[in-house]
Design a protein around this ligand. Structure first.
Ligand code: AMP
Length: 173
């Protein structure tokens, strides 16, 4: 496949947010309507092929890519958020990081039982966040029909944390 414009725009920021991490900065993609459109169109094809009923965006950059998909495809949009941000009744999932833990939450009515759910984020790193999102969705009796990422950091082995799931990524490092 031809190289995506987005790939040429994503920039490496060394030592952010901690020494030793090379942060993939996606802001230049958002500044290029052509690149942004290209990414959304490709993810859209994948969502359509999975027969999704609802799109879930992972906070916070998952919202940026998930919302245009949901609007274009006329699908409901739901959120996973970091702990303490959601106002209504919610369920919570804690997961491990390299050091310490993180917690994400979802409203109890974000997913209806039996819905096919497509989960979107900007980037798959270790897969911990995506796996926690899948757990929340499954606790609400939804089925995860696919994951879509603009970027996958293959060397971090995120897919190992998401066994059995269908994962689509556009740009791999
Ligand atoms: P993980 O749970 O390790 O897959 O981390 C995924 C989340 O962290 C995603 O929402 C990414 O936006 C962010 N993230 C992790 N590592 C990086 C990186 N090297 N560059 C940019 N974003 C990252």
């Amino acid at each position: 496949m031809a190289t995506l414009l987005a790939e040429s725009l994503i920039r490496d920021v060394p030592d952010f947010p901690k020494p030793g991490i090379i942060f993939k900065d996606i802001h230049p993609v958002l500044q290029s309507p052509q690149a942004f459109h290209e990414v959304v169109e490709l993810l859209k094809e994948d969502v359509k092929s999975k027969g999704a009923d609802v799109i879930v965006g992972i906070e916070s950059r998952g919202f940026i890519f998930g919302v245009p998909l949901a609007l274009d495809l006329d699908l409901p949009f739901a959120l996973t958020r970091k702990i303490g941000k959601l106002p209504y009744e919610k369920i919570t999932e804690e997961y491990s990081l390299e050091y310490g833990t993180n917690t994400i939450e979802m409203h109890v009515d974000a997913i209806s039982p039996g819905q096919r759910v497509y989960v979107v984020d900007d980037l798959l790193a270790t897969g911990g966040t995506a796996a926690a999102a899948a757990k929340l969705i499954e606790r609400l009796n939804g089925t995860v029909c696919g994951f879509g990422f603009m970027v996958e950091l293959e060397f971090l082995g995120g897919r190992k944390n998401l066994p059995g799931y269908d994962i689509h990524s556009l740009i791999t490092y």
